[in-house]
Design a protein around this ligand. Structure first.
Ligand SMILES: *Cc1c(COP(=O)(O)O)cnc(C)c1O
Length: 388
């Protein structure tokens, strides 16, 4: 081995499928074409001012300058429990059923290290957030992919998982509202997942990053609302999308205390917790006035309606999403995801090719509603001009 030969776990990572489109994007940008980026799931809106103010005050307090408790401030964990009770009617003990994370991605990425031995299997949705698979690989585990298909409303068909795979599996990842398909799942589905997990001794990891980004009167469920869920599940949540705080790096996991404890055992050996001032801002976010969340939902609703209308007028087929800030759109006949994304990129519109999230995403592309109205209107004009 050469000195800088990478470890197996890095070499075994799946190919990064957005490489081509990233390269193309850089080329188009360099040629001076104005680019409207509908590719990234990162809110363009600022963090609400009352949260920023709480952070400013907390930074002045020297007690926040020292190492925080590795699993989170008691007051922040209590604020998480209070928010879960108000929002979902779910009871949580802040002392052993809540852990604070450096963003939910960090917790999801570390979680398999606590429960996957080399050779173990995770059940992973595809198309999906790449961290579930890559984190499983880092722990030495393997993946069984559960396809998310339109014919199943983009939820895994539990009956299609072979019995011997189910018996071997240790973790099942699911994510609703879903990135990238924008699908939602109802409580009866979550209850079937709980039964499946109990029958096969599987730990369910629900990624709930988008529960607050929902339209009209629809409000997504927490997985922990399902009967018996806390016996088998941990749920990952985040302030990133709800309060436009992606840059702050703060999230949390809640649920089964042994799952929470396992994650804590890994984290206490890797990081030393979230900056106290950020946690104090987090308390303000969860416990303070929630009208900022209503305002955000209204903004995304207007953008969704504008974009769905524009795309349909341009001849595209798509569902009107009930939640998330994504649109999952079918590419027209004769276009692969990559060809479609390339064509739109030449017109100055960045979308994400669906196959980048996994093979069953082929034939789709994802649009993120993370640009201002005027930019979305311009994007619609350019998409129409692409003449697909
Ligand atoms: C944005 C997102 C997250 C949240 O990530 P943070 O690390 O909390 O910023 C988690 N899961 C999915 C599917 C996401 O899209």
């Amino acid at each position: 081995m050469g000195i800088f030969d990478k470890a197996e776990r890095i070499r075994k990572l799946p190919p990064y499928l957005f490489k081509e489109i990233d390269k193309k994007k850089a080329e188009v940008k360099a040629s001076g074409i104005d680019i409207i980026d509908l590719g990234i799931g990162d809110p363009d809106l600022p963090t609400p001012p009352h949260i920023v103010e709480a952070m400013k005050r907390a930074v002045e307090d020297p007690s926040t300058h020292r190492y925080p408790a590795y699993d989170g401030m008691r007051e922040f964990k209590a604020a998480v429990a209070g928010w879960y009770k108000r929002r979902f009617g779910v009871d949580l003990n802040p002392d052993d059923e809540v852990i604070i994370l450096i963003g939910s991605k960090e917790g999801i990425a570390h979680f398999p290290l606590a429960f996957i031995n080399p050779g173990d299997v995770s059940l992973i949705p595809t198309p999906g957030y790449p961290v579930y698979h890559n984190a499983t690989l880092f722990a030495g585990g393997g993946a069984y992919f559960m396809p998310l298909l339109e014919s199943n409303h983009f939820v895994p068909d539990l009956d299609m998982i072979p019995a011997e795979v189910a018996k071997k599996a240790r973790i099942m990842f699911i994510n609703y509202p879903n990135n990238p398909t924008a699908a939602v799942a109802e409580l009866d589905y979550f209850e079937r997942v709980v039964a499946f997990a109990k029958e096969n001794d599987i730990l369910v990891c629900h990624d709930a990053a988008y529960t607050e980004i929902a339209y009209d009167s629809y409000r997504p469920h927490s997985f922990l609302e399902a009967r018996g869920a806390k016996d088998v599940a941990i749920e990952f949540h985040s302030l990133s999308k709800t309060y436009n705080m992606t840059g702050w790096r703060v999230g949390f996991a809640v649920g089964n205390k042994k799952a929470v404890e396992g994650l804590g055992a890994i984290k206490s050996n890797v990081d030393s917790g979230v900056f106290g001032a950020v946690q104090i801002a987090g308390i303000q976010a969860l416990s303070g006035d929630q009208s900022c969340v209503d305002e955000m939902r209204e903004i995304y609703t207007r953008r969704r309606d504008l974009m769905v209308g524009g795309l349909r007028a341009a001849g595209f087929e798509l569902e009107i999403p009930k939640a998330s800030f994504y649109l999952w759109v079918r590419a027209p006949e004769g276009y692969s995801s990559a060809q479609l994304a390339t064509r739109l990129l030449e017109k100055g519109v960045v979308v994400t090719p669906g196959n980048g999230f996994g093979e069953p995403g082929e034939g789709y592309f994802r649009i993120a509603l993370t640009q201002k109205r005027e930019r979305l209107e311009q994007a619609i004009g350019r998409i129409k001009a692409a003449g697909l």
